[in-house]
Write a protein that binds this ligand. Structure first.
Ligand code: PAF
Length: 278
């Protein structure tokens, strides 16, 4: 991988990386197209990273569909390399002793219920940056917390990689595309667009001129979700995008992230809105 990248860079080509865990859907393909619009060469990495899954999470069950992923990427005609290493290549010593951690920004949202998750993400992405030496890396904003943490890591570590965040791609009924949507039963799938509806209503509240009582807005959102019997709420929170710390009050000019996670049966789904307060 490194030899190929170095050859391409020598030729003056700009390298774009799309890190993924495979089970590709239209959202991922959009990331590859974005990378190709900004760069001369595109690498898509496919690696189900064990260190970002906690005990009892879906590491074993996570879909591994390399052959059909490769077909989808070939049809797109913009991807030069699929980098799909084995776990032993990435973690040759078994358990890592070297970790990249970003303090505080992982304390809330998914960090509060998935301890160790972001440490796994920052470590693997740092490792992919070291191997692929990209000029740019493209991520989906469905994982907004991940994106803001990686942006901070990249700036503070001086990796010299430009990070692009691409808006969430949705199904026609508003459900955010996710590799985990395939875990949903037909009934759960029919109920799941509620996540997006609740967030859209919150966005309207936040965009309305005048003071917003954040806690009331969040408990209303939670109640709306809990009124659906198939939905089990993990969290509904509103944070500042720069610090990822909770906000009780919003002020004009603030950029805020309202994010939620909820279980529908076996599937833990996340979604969010990013709003600049008028
Ligand atoms: O967003 C994902 O698919 C993963 O968290 C990432 C960034 C590929 C790291 O494993």
């Amino acid at each position: 991988m490194r030899e190929w990248v170095r050859r391409e860079r020598k030729e003056g080509r700009r390298i774009g990386l799309v890190p993924s865990m495979g089970a590709l859907h239209e959202g991922h393909l959009t990331l590859a197209l974005e990378a190709s619009a900004a760069c001369d060469r595109v690498i898509v990495s496919i690696f189900v990273n064990p260190t970002q899954f906690g005990p009892g999470e879906d590491f074993e069950a996570y879909p591994r569909t390399l052959a059909s992923d490769a077909e989808k990427l070939a049809a797109l005609k913009v991807v030069d390399v699929i980098f799909a290493p084995a776990v032993e290549e990435i973690y040759p010593m078994g358990t890592n002793v070297t970790w990249v951690t970003v303090d505080q920004m992982g304390d809330y949202l998914c960090g509060s219920t998935r301890p160790g998750h972001f440490r796994g993400v920052t470590t693997i992405v740092a490792r992919l940056f070291a191997i692929c030496e990209p000029d740019e890396a493209v991520f989906g904003l469905k994982d907004a917390q991940q994106f803001f943490i990686l942006k901070r890591m990249t700036a503070e570590m001086g990796f010299g990689v430009v990070l692009r965040g691409v808006p969430t791609v949705r199904e026609p009924d508003g459900l955010a595309m996710s590799s985990r949507n395939r875990y949903l039963t037909p009934e759960e799938r029919a109920a799941a667009p509620l996540l997006n509806r609740v967030l859209s209503e919150a966005r309207e509240t936040l965009m309305r001129q005048g003071p917003v009582d954040v806690n009331t807005m969040l408990s209303k959102a939670r109640q709306r979700l809990e009124s659906e019997p198939r939905c089990r709420v993990d969290y509904v929170q509103l944070v500042d995008t720069a610090t990822l710390q909770p906000l009780e009050r919003v002020r004009s000019g603030d950029e805020v992230l309202m994010a939620l996670a909820a279980f529908f049966g076996a599937a833990r789904l996340i979604d969010n809105v990013i709003v600049t307060i008028p």
